[in-house]
Design a protein around this ligand. Structure first.
Ligand SMILES: [Zn+2]
Length: 186
């Protein structure tokens, strides 16, 4: 059975057995939180458990390295929708130890893409459109700096309401322990 078939078969059972019932929730975040975190596989279940977040408690925006780099990109749009229409009042930017975005260079991403059939010509064509691939595909020097850069971009955004607090934290992807690196109340 392929992964797709496996998931679709499981899903039919899940719905038929009404296993969704414990997860029924409102679309507004009950705890008025919006979390920006990494897409790392180790955080899928661990992060909500370690923060005591249940379905319906928070909005969660996932992006590699919890890096918010474009003031008018889709991540920032999600944040603005979250704090306006969806009524989140505090933003938690949560990076994690051992993040793959730490020290990531565009060159190694491009090398992998080339191994999967992307050609030099296609890469050049993107460059010719004015995209600075080395900047766009790069990670952060370290996770703390990545989180702090995201916080600065969010906090200084002209469309972010003043009263929104933006906190910065680092989570341990094994133990779930949080380290506070920026207290948005101050
Ligand atoms: Zn990560």
């Amino acid at each position: 059975m392929s992964r797709l078939e496996e998931i679709l078969a499981y899903n039919r059972e899940f719905v038929n057995n009404k296993e969704y019932e414990p997860y029924l929730a409102e679309k507004y975040p009950k705890k008025e939180l919006l979390v920006v975190t990494c897409m790392d596989t180790r955080l899928v279940e661990l992060l909500p458990k370690a923060l005591n977040l249940k379905n319906g408690d928070a909005k969660v925006v996932k992006t590699a390295g919890a890096m918010v780099t474009e003031p008018y990109g889709s991540v920032m749009r999600s944040i603005l929708v979250g704090v306006s229409l969806l009524k989140a009042k505090e933003i938690f930017v949560i990076g994690h130890k051992g993040c793959g975005m730490e020290g990531l260079r565009a060159g190694s991403v491009l090398e992998h893409l080339e191994e999967h059939g992307v050609t030099q010509n296609e890469i050049e064509a993107v460059r010719e459109q004015g995209v600075d691939l080395h900047k766009w595909l790069a990670g952060c020097a370290n996770v703390e700096e990545g989180v702090m850069n995201s916080i600065r971009l969010i906090q200084n955004h002209p469309l972010l309401p003043q009263e929104i607090q933006v906190h910065g934290l680092i989570i341990d992807p094994e133990t779930g322990e949080l380290e506070l690196i920026h207290d948005g109340r101050k």
